[in-house]
Design a protein around this ligand. Structure first.
Ligand SMILES: O=c1ccn([C@@H]2O[C@H](COP(=O)(O)O)[C@@H](O)[C@H]2O)c(=O)[nH]1
Length: 244
């Protein structure tokens, strides 16, 4: 059974920390450093291919929520079976690329499990010129809008998009769809390879359900303080007192 979008529950978990590390040992050190301040983690390709998938089970057993950012895209049968296997790991979220066949297959694979499928619309490292170079006839906002419509039809649970497309996308998909935004940069933080960025406060204000943050926390001199500052920004944008 998939949990509903419980605003009260989700608020305290709106920060998802990206564990982009080469080895599980480095990731475990970061989790220990962040301690109780962070309750939701993301394992992406770097850590998964570096032997980090067993960490998924450990995090879930420790009471943390887990997002597997594997960005699946393959023929429908393969995607469906891969999603069924991921569902057995107990992760909360899994990404697939937001192509209609892929999303529909993922929904079938995750059915009758609590795994929520998120479609990746347009990578936050892309701008309009990058899409033109890659052969697309659409700019970012048009392609995100198209994929949002297709995601609704396919029956996925939500989308990965940049915070800049949140307001238009929310109008398209309605209040219950999960909108999850990477490309988050606190004021003054280097953008790195991200091209479509927003601050935590702006992103929550624009309607994000979850913020994915990696380097601004994991690369900070004091990662726990960086995470707590972002949690405070989220709480301020949601108009509630912070409890850490
Ligand atoms: O469009 C996307 C989809 C996924 N990501 C992932 O989010 C984090 C962002 O990390 P930062 O260090 O905060 O830039 C990373 O794991 C990406 O793989 C994304 O950035 N954009």
């Amino acid at each position: 059974m998939k949990p509903g979008k419980l605003a009260e529950q989700d608020r305290g978990e709106a920060l998802i920390v990206a564990l982009d590390f080469a080895t599980p040992e480095e990731a475990r050190r970061m989790i220990a450093t962040l301690g109780e301040s962070v309750s939701f983690y993301k394992i992406g390709m770097e850590l998964a291919y570096g032997g980090g998938l067993p960490l998924a089970r450990d995090l879930i057993d420790a009471g943390k929520k887990l997002f597997l950012d594997l960005k699946l895209h393959d023929i429908p049968t393969t995607v469906e079976k891969a999603c069924a296997n991921v569902a057995r790991l107990g992760a909360a979220f899994l990404t697939v690329h937001a192509y209609p066949q892929t999303m529909a297959a993922a929904v079938r694979g995750a059915s009758s499990s609590g795994l929520r499928i998120l479609g990746v619309t347009v990578m936050t490292s892309y701008d309009d010129d990058d899409l033109t170079e890659a052969g697309y006839a659409f700019g970012v906002s048009e392609l995100v809008a198209l994929r949002a419509r297709q995601a609704r039809l396919a029956g996925v649970d939500g989308l990965i998009l940049s915070a800049r497309e949140l307001e238009a996308t929310r109008r398209e998909v309605g209040p219950d769809f999960l909108l999850v935004t990477p490309g988050i940069r606190p004021e003054g933080a280097p953008a790195g390879d991200q091209k479509r960025t927003m601050t935590p406060r702006e992103a929550i204000g624009a309607g994000a359900d979850y913020l994915v943050v990696g380097r601004p926390i994991t690369g900070a001199a004091d990662p726990r303080a960086a995470a707590e500052a972002i949690l405070a920004d989220i709480a301020a944008a949601q108009g509630r007192a912070i409890v850490i």
